[in-house]
Design a binder for this molecule. Structure first.
Ligand SMILES: CC(=O)N[C@H]1[C@@H](OP(=O)(O)OP(=O)(O)OC[C@H]2O[C@@H](n3ccc(=O)[nH]c3=O)[C@H](O)[C@@H]2O)O[C@H](CO)[C@@H](O)[C@@H]1O[C@H](C)C(=O)N[C@@H](C)C(=O)N[C@H](CCC(=O)O)C(=O)O
Ligand SMILES: Nc1ncnc2c1ncn2[C@@H]1O[C@H](COP(=O)(O)OP(=O)(O)OP(=O)(O)O)[C@@H](O)[C@H]1O
Ligand SMILES: N[C@H](CCC[C@H](N)C(=O)O)C(=O)O
Ligand SMILES: [Mg+2]
Length: 495
């Protein structure tokens, strides 16, 4: 437990007003009043479902010694510090309270609609190969070395984030890689993170429920590159690793004072792939890099994964890692759980579980499977509830266009009616042929029963997830396990 006087803690905040001057010793920072213990500074967050300002007094009654708020609160027994935005102030305080842990390590932030989890895993493997002790923060988990910590968000709120970085630093982590979601950038969850390198994968439609327009969404991702600094520092150079085939990169170049490193396939770039050969065993390409060119092999399938490999290699070289070391790590890597994950069977059916939950990723995966499949491509796909409604018809359209058989089902309906989500999907494929099976398990069983040797079954949207959220219930559900059950029941029926 770190003790700090309130007055010292407040030195990190540029603007605030204080209700009365007392200077209690602060023993912890909390934004959930249920976690408050004696000595806490309670930070009131106005969330989407709950307003922390409403429980400020309760927090004081539980032992909070000061309150940080952005709206007037009636509190007795503790000073109230007023700021314009408590989420952003919380990030600054968290960085200060935990001793600016990211300044002592290499930190890479990866943003973009798709490919963040994949690229962050590739880069982490490279850092390991180069002998670094690594940290990883992203959609699937947080990792300190090999220790796995569960997480709810792709990019956690700042208290969790900085506390985790401090743990990393205490455990000797020298290089950390994290996914930086657009939500986290808008909310300032990553303020205080001292990035050395920021990577951009791509920008296609998702999360318009939150960002409203593609322009706003593009701007949100750009905040990562702006955060690298708007003045150049020779002592601590920063690098923006940008995808030269993406339009938004031109804008991000203008918004950062960092050095620019580019990668790409279609346009000339500092790290460029040509002569790409896609096979069912993986991918091969010729890598052109600033000093020459050489062949690279990866077990990861699809052109989209060539971008992820290029992004990881470009970031690694930018970090000063030897290219041969980086390529060795890439060539060994098997892939990331739930991303183009094959469910083994002896029926001659390629069963692929993939986390494609956007129109672009679904198109990419189906386009990758199509030429590698002798027979039909069946796809089982649904769309998440309480998320961008406008991507639903587009995902349905992608399924009908690039698969021979489209089976629409439920993803995580959350608070929405599964039938209403399916109706939104169907609006995108009027006049097309498809089947609707709302129960995901039944849909997977149906696809696998229908498939014949030489066919492929793509089960999209949930990848590594081991649950399905229906209403408020979180039920056990794993596409890979259900596919295995369906494969063995098919086998029994045949015997
Ligand atoms: C829409 C959104 O971003 N919501 C995030 C937000 O939740 P919220 O605003 O609903 O929080 P809330 O429950 O209203 O609580 C507000 C405050 O009151 C406090 N509280 C709450 C209850 C109580 O009794 N007492 C109390 O003090 C809470 O601790 C909190 O500080 O703050 C929570 C804590 O940080 C997040 O976990 C939560 O993410 C939810 C789970 C979520 O689904 N977010 C998605 C949209 C998201 O952020 N996704 C991105 C990108 C995903 C990707 O594409 O990779 C991500 O980074 O995960
Ligand atoms: N570079 C890429 N370009 C387009 N699609 C991709 C790319 N990389 C992966 N995909 C597709 O997107 C899916 C999700 O990939 P990944 O988990 O790496 O992305 P992410 O950005 O972390 O997603 P999320 O924001 O949901 O965490 C994959 O299963 C694949 O279908
Ligand atoms: N990070 C993404 C994941 C979506 C995964 C999909 N299975 C869904 O539930 O919509 C989101 O929260 O929008
Ligand atoms: Mg991710």
């Amino acid at each position: 437990m770190k003790k700090v006087n309130l007055s010292d803690l407040l030195k990190s905040l540029p603007f605030y007003t204080l209700s009365y001057s007392s200077d209690p010793e602060i023993l912890s920072l909390e934004n959930d009043h249920r976690q408050v213990r004696e000595g806490a500074l309670f930070i009131c967050i106005k969330g989407y479902t709950f307003d922390g300002h409403t429980v400020a007094q309760e927090a004081v009654n539980k032992g909070a010694r000061a309150i940080l708020a952005e709206q007037a609160v009636e509190v007795e027994g503790a000073p109230v510090i007023m700021v314009a935005d408590t989420k952003k102030a919380m990030a600054i305080l968290a960085d200060f309270y935990y001793g600016s842990p990211t300044t002592g390590m290499q930190l890479v932030g990866i943003t973009g609609t798709n490919g963040k989890t994949t690229t962050s895993h590739l880069l982490t493997e490279i850092y390991k190969e180069a002998g670094e002790k690594t940290g990883l923060i992203g959609t699937m988990y947080m990792k300190i070395g090999e220790e796995v910590i569960d997480t709810k968000n792709t990019t956690p709120e700042s208290l969790t984030l900085q506390k985790t970085f401090k743990k990393m630093r205490d455990k000797g982590v020298s290089a950390a890689v994290m996914e930086v979601s657009s939500h986290s950038l808008v909310e300032g969850r990553v303020w205080g993170c001292d990035y050395d390198i920021a990577v951009f994968t791509n920008l296609t439609q998702d999360h318009l429920d939150y960002h409203h327009t593609m322009e706003e969404y593009r701007r949100a991702k750009g905040l990562l590159f702006a955060q690298l600094g708007n003045t150049y520092s020779a002592d601590k150079p920063k690098f923006a690793v940008l995808n030269e085939d993406e339009e938004a990169s031109a804008i991000y170049k203008r918004e950062t004072a960092a050095h620019i490193v580019t990668y790409g396939i279609d346009n000339r770039a500092m790290f460029q792939a040509t002569d790409i050969v896609l096979t069912s065993a993986g991918t091969e390409f010729l890598l052109h890099y600033p000093d020459g060119h050489r062949k690279v092999k990866t077990k990861l399938a699809g052109k989209f994964n060539v971008y992820n490999v290029l992004a990881a290699l470009a970031a690694a070289c930018t970090a000063g890692i030897d290219l041969n070391t980086a390529i060795r790590a890439i060539e060994r890597m098997e892939g990331v759980a739930g991303r183009f994950e094959l469910v083994s069977n002896d029926e001659g059916i390629a069963v692929i579980v993939d986390y494609a939950h956007t129109p672009d990723s679904l198109v990419n995966v189906l386009k990758t499977v199509q030429p590698l499949t002798a027979g039909r491509v069946l796809t089982v796909v649904g769309c998440g509830g309480d998320r961008d409604r406008t991507k639903r018809p587009l995902m349905a359209k992608a399924a009908c266009e690039y698969a021979t058989d489209a089976i629409f089902t439920s993803d995580n309906p959350r608070s929405e009616d599964p039938a209403a989500i399916l109706k939104d999907m169907e609006a995108g494929v009027v006049g097309e042929e498809y089947k609707v099976i709302p129960d995901r398990r039944e849909a997977i069983f149906y696809a696998i029963e229908q498939a014949q040797s030489g066919d492929a079954v793509v089960i999209a949207g949930k990848g590594h997830e081991t649950y399905q959220v229906i209403g408020k219930q979180v039920l056990d559900f794993d596409d890979r396990a259900v596919a295995k059950e369906a494969l063995s029941s098919r086998k029994k029926e045949a015997n």
